[in-house]
Ligand binder design. Structure first.
Ligand SMILES: Cc1cc2nc3c(=O)[nH]c(=O)nc-3n(C[C@H](O)[C@H](O)[C@H](O)COP(=O)(O)OP(=O)(O)OC[C@H]3O[C@@H](n4cnc5c(N)ncnc54)[C@H](O)[C@@H]3O)c2cc1C
Length: 475
């Protein structure tokens, strides 16, 4: 064995696992084996599209994975941490120097809700989405469908089904509860436009699911030939059943470098990681940087250098509302919502771009190792939301007067503006152009029209980034 390279096994070929595998293999310091139950990459963020049959939600690993990574199609059943091996369901074992735990998350249909496990259809995994598509194809167009849960997945599913002419009711105690009030209004308007019936409020919690109906806790009964369950996520229990320390849900508990609290040879990433018991929002937005950082941690440990603390900026919640609608809710880097969103067609456009960009980032890291760059996230001391002013992403929002003050206020928010432009454009060169145009306009903006400097600049940069995209598309 080459003693200059370590053998790394990555369990789970999702967004975080692929990014970690690419980062490791591309370093030239690791030989990577990636274990995944399926031979193709699942674009989980498109599973609602697979269910309605307007996308297949899969991608060949050949297009996104470093060609030197060995892909083993299989399921890990147990991690033997003491002698560093993984046992697969096939009975085969894989030895490792370092293990990356990237098993992601799963849909969770609660056993406590009568009939839900039997009658409701989750949509969190590809087999579940395929089953849902089959069921849908058996039903007449007019059959009533109930979607339970109005987080991003429920909203995306309900709107996609309604746009395809289905009769959909979305049931949840609250619609898009993680969005700002303007963001929620944007979602509500677009759901109504697509004909989705919304049943929300304290009584709109599901008490039971039957073959042809849903019962709510307030006693009302909704007809439902197909009930889609999107409320709540779980995680695979592999870490827990292997005797490793997890959080209450089953995510592997790590320190701030993503290293297991039990074993310095095991590093966790993506939805299945709980750094310091304060996990990031389950998302590919966090999964990709977490994947790269998990790779960096393994390389640091292998090279006997200090591993860096995890840092992930969260910049948006991107929700599609059908194919030509959407709401992109901008977030502070600590993942709390700002009072600013991009809605409608522009929101749909950005969301689609982000979906494509997730594949691009993995592809780029496979071809040009180290090319995936991450911005810094906020300090992770408890809930960092407490460090922000309630009305903006700066602690003060003083209206600048002189040209110098304007320039200074622009520079102060430049990192946030950069994040917004990057989210839309995904290319450093184009981000620079958008920032330049934003700055030029800002320096001549009539200040009487500006209520809030930060929000104004955020809107301006989003507009300039979209203009840049349109100009590029016209060339
Ligand atoms: C319908 C839907 C829409 C979504 N939309 C968005 C969105 O718009 N934006 C966003 O940021 N997030 C979205 N998400 C969430 C996002 O998909 C997840 O947070 C993301 O996939 C997490 O990435 P991951 O790499 O940690 O895990 P995953 O992508 O889930 O990958 C984990 C992989 O590990 C494999 N695995 C599991 N157990 C084992 C085992 N024992 N052995 C081997 N392999 C195993 C799994 O099969 C899977 O391939 C959406 C999710 C759903 C379901």
């Amino acid at each position: 064995m080459d003693t200059t390279t370590c053998r790394a096994v990555v369990i789970g070929g999702g967004y975080a696992g692929v990014m970690a595998a690419n980062r490791l293999q591309g370093s030239g310091k690791a030989d990577v084996v990636l274990v995944n139950p399926r031979p193709r990459f699942v674009e989980r963020i498109r599973l609602h599209q697979l269910a309605i049959d307007n996308d297949d939600a899969v991608e060949d690993y050949a297009t996104i994975l470093n060609p030197d990574v060995e892909l083993v199609v299989g399921t890990a059943e147990r991690i033997g941490a003491s002698d560093r091996h993984v046992v697969l369901a096939s009975g085969a074992t894989l030895d490792y120097d370092y293990l990356v735990y990237a098993v992601g998350s799963t849909g969770h249909v609660p056993a406590a809700v009568r009939g839900a496990a039997e009658h409701a259809y989750p949509i969190s995994e590809i087999e579940q989405a395929q089953r849902l598509r089959t069921r849908l194809s058996e039903l007449p167009r007019s059959a009533p469908i109930v979607v339970v849960g109005a987080g991003p997945t429920g909203i995306e599913t309900a709107s996609e089904f309604a746009e395809a002419g289905r009769s959909v009711t979305l049931v949840s105690s609250a619609i898009a509860p993680t969005l700002s009030r303007p963001g929620r209004r944007s979602v509500a308007r677009q759901l109504a436009k697509r004909g989705v019936t919304v049943v929300d409020g304290p009584g709109a919690t599901v008490a039971a699911v039957g073959a042809d109906h849903v019962e709510l806790v307030d006693g009302s009964v909704l007809a439902s030939e197909l009930t889609v369950w999107t409320a709540g996520f779980g995680v695979p229990q592999l870490a827990a059943t292997s005797g490793l320390t997890t959080d209450a849900l089953g995510r592997l508990l790590t320190d701030e470098t993503l290293t297991s609290v039990d074993d310095a040879r095991i590093v966790a990433t993506g939805d299945a990681a709980a750094p310091s018991g304060m996990p990031f929002r389950m998302s590919c937005q966090a999964g990709l940087p977490l994947g790269a950082q998990a790779g960096d941690t393994v390389l640091a440990r292998w090279g006997n250098t200090p591993a860096a603390d995890v840092s992930v900026p969260m910049y948006a919640q991107c929700i599609s509302v059908g194919r030509d609608g959407g709401t992109v809710q901008l977030q502070r880097s600590d993942d709390t919502p700002r009072n600013f969103y991009v809605g409608g067609r522009a929101g749909a456009f950005i969301k689609e771009l982000v979906c494509r960009q997730t594949l691009q980032w993995m592809r780029a890291e496979a071809r040009k190792p180290g090319s995936y760059k991450m911005l810094k996230g906020p300090e992770r001391t408890g809930t960092s939301a407490a460090h922000h002013s309630p009305h903006g992403f700066l602690t003060t929002s003083v209206r600048p007067q002189s040209a110098d003050e304007r320039a200074e206020s622009f520079e102060r928010v430049r990192p946030v503006l950069h994040t917004i432009a990057d989210e839309i454009l995904g290319s450093a060169a184009r981000v620079d152009v958008a920032l330049l145009r934003t700055r030029q306009q800002w320096m001549t903006t009539e200040l009487d029209d500006v209520d809030d400097v930060e929000l104004h600049l955020a809107a301006l940069v989003a507009r300039k980034a979209l203009e840049t995209l349109c100009l590029d598309a016209q060339r």
